[in-house]
Write a protein that binds this ligand. Sequence first.
Ligand code: FAD
Length: 341
Amino acid sequence: SGTEIVTDAVVIGAGPCGLFSAFELGLLDIKCHFIDILDRPGGQCAELYPEKPIYDIPGFPVITGQELTENLMAQIAPFHPEFHFNRMVSSLEKQEDGTFRLTTDADETFIAKVVVVAAGGGSFQPKRPPVDNIEAYENKSVFYSVRKMQDFRDQHVVIVGGGDSALDWTLNLQPIVKSLTLVHRRNAFRAAPDSVNKMQRMVAEGLISLQIGQIAGLEGDDGMLSRVHFKTDAGDVSIPATRLLPFFGLTMKLGPVADWGLELNDNLISVDTERFETSVPGIFAVGDINHYPGKLKLILSGFHEAALMAQAAKKIISPDERVVFQYTTSSTKLQKKLGVA
Ligand code: FAD
């Protein structure tokens, strides 16, 4: 059935602490694959506060959540990490040969020598719009994320929401759909201004339509949508639709992390402070998801944790290699890896 990917390290979660892990692992020649439920990197910074300034990232007197994410992505680019978005790691188990097997809800399997759990506050889960019987349509014609664009080709698509996900998918899906209607409760959007401008141009050109109103009901058979009903200031509106994408924001739940047999402390993963390793050797945890005496849930703590975690991961992946401590400033070896020497 699904695909199998074999790699050195799988990082669960592409929040800031997960992202920086790829830098520290990369300096030690450890290749990473990221898996994240969200459709983009950045974790809480990208999902909860992209425009808010952060004042306690060392060396940056002020930086927004989105800028920090972009900088981290640029910093790890030399190591070519691979990203698998829009999927949740559902299972994680140690195999007899000491490697780890992870499965996702997108029917993939990853085999890794080490696993870094950087799951932050846990799984982001989509908020359901308050519409009767929507469950019957979920994963058939109602989706909370776009996994395969092809599933939307030649469909009558309704997208609901005013944030980045709603606007990005409006722009990306428009060229392949039969019709696209964007619905938002008010004529003001939280998404990046550039996306909002592009969307408005598409409306002006008649490529998509925009409805200001609230979703009120679904019509269809066997989970397949045929119409979506809205309440607008001008009255009730109903439009033909075969796909609905509601982007009503996300809530965080611990999720499958709790089922992986790792020792927990009040819903956080217990780690030591030398290796940031969990109760299962070879599985590490960094960032908001871990717990140890004195833990501070700050991004800067996660950066430090990632550096020590990578040293310990290296010993597992290359037990016979002696790791020499080096500075990026002065080591040509490290600079070659970074592509600057
Ligand atoms: P997260 O950023 O939480 O990322 C975890 C990722 O893991 C998520 O993307 C999630 O989708 C993914 N994930 C979880 N489970 C799974 C799974 N099973 N499968 C696949 N993916 C999974 N910190 C500061 O240091 N300074 C600040 O000024 C500051 N301000 C903040 C303001 C706000 C409003 C908020 C909400 C937080 C703030 N924080 C701040 C906290 C900071 O955002 C977190 O410490 C940081 O995001 C933790 O990073 P992380 O990488 O550990 O996890």
